[in-house]
Design a binder for this molecule. Structure first.
Ligand SMILES: [Zn+2]
Length: 113
């Protein structure tokens, strides 16, 4: 289950960043997950909940923001939401599109004191 190692990475990164800012406890971590990143939010939450006990972050909550896949047409520059992985511009029907979002897997913010 690769969500477990992702959760581990998130916890370690936030721990390091929060300690360097002099925070004593982290209460909330916000992550952004793109729909193309093949991360299952439920599995990630589960993995996070398992690991946070060992990491002394019992009271920390994981907030997941799901990012939809969007692409931009290289011909007419129209930006659109991609449904079912169909990369075709709805404006001009070109299939020459650049991915704008959907591959995110990042820590957006964390809160604590
Ligand atoms: Zn187009």
């Amino acid at each position: 289950m690769h969500e477990l190692s992702i959760a581990d990475n998130i916890i370690n990164a936030v721990k390091e960043a929060s300690q360097s800012r002099g925070m004593l406890a982290v209460s909330k971590i916000g992550v952004r997950i793109g729909s193309l990143s093949s991360v299952d939010p439920d599995a990630l939450t589960f993995g996070f909940d398992v690991l946070k006990r060992d990491q002394g972050m019992m009271d920390c909550e994981l907030a997941i923001e799901f990012v939809k896949t969007t692409a931009r047409c290289t011909k007419c520059l129209y930006e659109f939401k991609v449904e079912d992985c169909v990369f075709v511009c709805p404006q001009c029907a070109s299939s020459q599109c650049d991915l704008v979002s959907g591959q995110e897997l990042e820590i957006a913010y964390f809160e604590g004191e």
